[in-house]
Design a protein around this ligand. Structure first.
Ligand SMILES: [Ca+2]
Ligand SMILES: [Ca+2]
Ligand SMILES: [Ca+2]
Length: 233
């Protein structure tokens, strides 16, 4: 019985060790500000995370100035604009919604062994919009997803009109080796009325392949057979 358990435990430990044999994004908790990330537009380190806004420098977008860095957002849907500066292709930030006008972003490239992974991060999306305008997005190797928009921000906010409150986004993806992670926030429908996003604790977890589960189940089955044989002997 003890040997069987030890066998199963060591098989499980091998899988756990294998699943940790990859690098995380560097400075994923923003403990060192925006070091190792490539910020563009209005992006600063704030509240222990990365804070990005769609507010132009000078404050013409709202009745008050919501720009936090002194740098304006980058225009979208143009060469060398928001998308290309964040590791995406022109038009990627539209997401089939109202075209993106301007925004700010953050990106980092890192290496992973090929396989299946879960990406998660915490966020709070803030907006002064009152309709379904503006959104925050995440890009993984150019596959872009919207994870919050103005209609999700329904909680009264002390700094903006409304906010989503702290939430967690989870996305499963397949890596083929190098991963380009892009995060951003954009104005849609117009350049005005600012939205912002706070991002923190970017985490990657390897998901064992089905074959790995099969190996584990096989190990368990072998262990049980061995245990039964030993008992009946
Ligand atoms: Ca943090
Ligand atoms: Ca703006
Ligand atoms: Ca807006």
């Amino acid at each position: 019985m003890f040997c069987t358990l030890r066998f199963i435990c060591s098989a499980t430990a091998a899988i756990i060790l294998a699943s940790h044999a990859y690098s995380q994004p560097v400075n994923a908790d923003f403990g060192s500000g925006l070091a190792n990330w490539n910020p563009v537009g209005d992006a600063i380190s704030q509240s222990g995370g990365a804070f990005l806004t769609t507010a132009s420098n000078g404050g013409a977008d709202d009745t008050a100035n919501f720009n936090v860095s002194g740098t304006s957002p980058l225009e979208a849907n143009v060469a060398l604009g928001l998308e290309e500066s964040t590791g995406l292709a022109i038009g990627d930030a539209n997401l089939g919604l109202d075209p993106a006008n301007e925004g700010s972003g953050l990106s980092q490239t890192f290496s992973l062994p090929a396989g299946l992974y879960e990406l998660s991060f915490s966020y709070n999306f803030f907006t002064n919009e009152t309709g379904t305008f503006d959104h925050a997005f995440v890009g993984i190797d150019g596959n872009v997803f919207s994870f919050a928009d103005s209609s999700d921000a329904i909680t009264a906010s002390t700094s903006y009109g409304t906010e989503t409150g702290l939430k967690t986004y989870v996305q499963v993806f397949t890596s083929t080796g190098t991963v380009k992670l892009s995060l951003g926030v954009v104005d849609t429908a117009s350049f005005d009325v600012t939205s912002a996003v706070l991002i923190d604790n970017v985490t990657l977890t390897a998901i064992p392949e089905p074959s790995t589960y099969a190996a584990l189940v096989g190990s368990l089955a072998l262990g049980l057979v061995a245990m039964r044989r030993r008992r009946s002997a």
